[in-house]
Design a protein around this ligand. Structure first.
Ligand code: NDP
Ligand code: GDR
Length: 342
């Protein structure tokens, strides 16, 4: 992000500004508000009239790229998943109706390079936030961003809420901890705490390191003559890919139920990385096989070969359905990268 862009953005509302008197508006705290899902969830909740408080960790430069357009409406507070006191202070001051824990070290390959830090953020961070709620405002409803990576080397297909976990990366292992500590706080303290087991969801706001965005960005560069090839890892990997904008709606629905329960969320359709490449290159009239090369640097020490969701509980009980198909998602992402790079 250029300093010019940063200068154009509204100044974030800081926690030090006096809070408006609360009327009948609901308040939600979102950790990870600067991430892909945080930005879509903040938009959704603002649209529903919520007061939105976004938790941001301190860095030497801002990371408001995805929420720049929301900064005059979201209240930004500083806290870190590593720091118990800062989390407790946020919950004590905000007394929120709902807390969405979306913050994590979320990139699977990094979890092999930084397994301890991944455990601190992605596993113990959940306990810190649950403790903050338990001590400061236990009536808040809590959403934990769990992951299909917990199914890993899947013992049944498709995967549903009762499928046993078999994680295949330090990230997946950390998410299993986050899932069970959420269940445990629900069962130990009667808290309204739920775990949303979401399958891969993508968008033009996806980080460039994830495979869908890596492909859409490369396709746009190749089409515009700025690049000549795309180097990838395993092309046979299969994933159930949906649109992030649809998935944050499922998160919200999980916190509006009479009883707290865990839900699997996905489209029920699987495609391989090869299918992804074919669809993305086809959209700009190119043959993917002329540009894609396999590079062992992107092959993982242990792989999750295929994942496929059975989201029938979410469909039935939450009334949730995905609206964007795989093909529409790929085209949306390629078009957005073409526009950005042109
Ligand atoms: P992103 O990687 O885009 O966002 C992660 C967010 O976490 C960022 O806002 C980041 O802040 C924040 N964060 C990281 N570490 C800390 C910390 N120590 N303290 C406070 N904030 C921190 O992830 P997504 O939006 O894609 O995913 C949201 C959540 O859902 C994650 O927990 C992810 O693991 C999970 N998930 C994602 C799926 C997907 O397909 N997208 C599927 C299933 C689960 P900063 O901007 O400072 O880096
Ligand atoms: P994943 O997403 O690991 O499923 O985790 P990612 O897009 O990184 O990988 C999906 C599949 O594509 C294969 N692949 C490559 N992946 C990347 N990143 N780069 C490559 O070059 C490449 N080549 C092939 C991977 O091996 C893998 O099989 C995402 C994250 O958002 C997690 O936080 C979330 O929990 C899960 O989705 C559900």
């Amino acid at each position: 992000m250029s300093s010019k862009d940063a200068a154009k953005r509204p100044k974030p509302k800081q926690a030090t500004e006096p809070r408006q008197p609360r009327q009948s508006r609901k308040t939600a705290v979102i950790t990870g508000v600067t991430g892909q899902d945080g930005s879509y969830l903040a938009e959704l909740l603002l649209g529903k009239g919520y007061e939105v408080i976004g938790v941001v960790r301190r860095t030497s430069h801002d990371s408001y790229e995805r929420i720049g357009h929301l900064l005059d409406r979201v209240q930004i507070v500083a806290a870190d998943l590593l720091d118990q006191h800062s989390l407790t202070t946020v919950i004590r001051d905000a007394k929120p109706d709902e807390v969405y824990n979306l913050a994590a070290q979320s990139f699977v390959p990094t979890s092999w390079n930084q397994p301890v830090l991944t455990g601190e953020f992605t596993a113990l961070g959940v306990t810190r936030l649950l403790e903050a709620i338990r001590l400061a405002h236990p009536q808040a409803r809590f959403y934990q961003a769990s992951s299909s990576e917990m199914f890993g080397k899947a013992v049944e297909t498709p995967q549903r809420e009762t499928t046993p976990f078999y994680p295949r990366s330090p990230y997946g292992v950390a998410k299993v901890y986050g899932h069970w500590i959420t269940v445990n706080y629900r069962e130990s303290y009667g808290m309204y705490a739920v775990s949303g087991i979401l399958f891969n969801h993508e968008s033009p706001r996806r980080g460039l390191e994830f495979v869908t965005r890596k492909v859409s960005d490369a396709v746009a560069r190749i089409k515009l003559g700025k690049a000549t090839e795309l180097r990838l890892g395993k092309l046979d990997s299969g994933r159930d890919w949906g649109f992030a904008g649809d998935y944050v709606d499922a998160m919200w629905r999980m916190l509006q139920q009479p009883e707290p329960k865990d839900y699997v969320v996905g489209t029920g359709k699987m495609h391989t990385v090869r299918d992804l490449c074919a669809a993305a290159f086809r959209h700009v009239g190119l043959d993917w096989q002329k540009y894609v090369a396999v590079d062992p640097r992107f092959v993982r020490p242990a792989e999750v070969d295929t994942l496929l969701a059975d989201a029938s509980r979410a469909r039935k009980e939450l009334g949730w359905t995905p609206r964007v198909s795989f093909e529409q998602l790929v085209e949306m992402m390629v078009d957005a990268d073409l526009e950005r790079l042109a």
